[in-house]
Design a protein around this ligand. Structure first.
Ligand SMILES: [Mn+2]
Length: 234
């Protein structure tokens, strides 16, 4: 039986109406390994349907998106973009269910931020305020080409996938981990000491990455191993 992986979509206004979307690369990668991406749409009505989604799935993939509402880590700030309370509500409910059931969870960027804040950690509202621009974590002029170095900590799943002390990763974020959850261990740091990868040692597979291996697949064999390790754990 093919395994089922929940992915909460993103939404935006296109041609005057709200649409739900997600990057096709996740479907391509999952389907190539005989997994079915089950898209959980962001809509008010989805909240009442959540028990149905959560009654039959094998793992949770949380992908990029807007800022997590800071109320989830007891903070406030004026965001230039609007928070999406329905997405927050749906995604945090999926996370809580998967975490309790010890189902594999893989999160990128916003997904990492959900993992950390739901487990008691906090976020920098703006990483470039925290690091004074010493490391650039988003480069709008060289969006997909931009890389910065991270140092991978030994004896972590990340090290077992990349087998290198340092790698060059893409970076598309303006938020980042401030206080890491006591349930998580760091797996990589950028040169400004931002935690760029975490895992939860007490669970079968809970991994969050600040970078996007799916958007630099040919650059390291480890990028594919992130996904195959998640899928093997399903
Ligand atoms: Mn970064």
């Amino acid at each position: 039986m093919a395994k089922k992986v929940l992915i909460v979509s993103r939404r935006l206004v296109r041609k005057n109406k709200l649409i739900n979307w997600f990057s096709e690369i996740y479907a391509t990668i999952l389907c190539a390994q005989n997994c079915i991406p089950v898209i959980v749409p962001i809509a008010e009505q989805t909240i009442t349907m959540l028990p149905e989604y959560l009654s039959d799935y094998d793992g949770l993939l949380m992908v990029e998106g807007g800022d997590v509402n800071p109320q989830y880590y007891n903070s406030t700030y004026d965001s230039p973009e609007e928070f999406d309370p329905i997405k927050d509500q749906i995604e945090t409910a999926c996370f809580t269910d998967a975490f309790k059931a010890n189902k594999p969870i893989l999160g990128f960027c916003r997904g990492l931020h959900i993992i950390n804040t739901m487990l008691g950690g906090t976020l920098h509202h703006d990483v470039h305020e925290f690091n004074h621009g010493t490391v650039l974590h988003i480069d709008h002029d060289h969006y997909d080409e931009h890389r910065h170095r991270i140092s991978i900590l030994p004896d972590t799943p990340l090290y077992s996938w990349y087998k290198q002390n340092t790698i060059q990763v893409n970076s598309y974020h303006h938020q980042g981990i401030k206080d890491i959850s006591p349930l998580l261990k760091p797996m990589a740091l950028s040169d400004d000491n931002l935690v760029e990868a975490v895992f939860c040692p007490s669970k079968k597979f809970v991994v969050g990455l600040q970078f996007h291996p799916e958007r630099m697949l040919p650059e390291y064999e480890g990028n594919q191993l992130v996904f195959s390790s998640f899928i093997n754990a399903l």
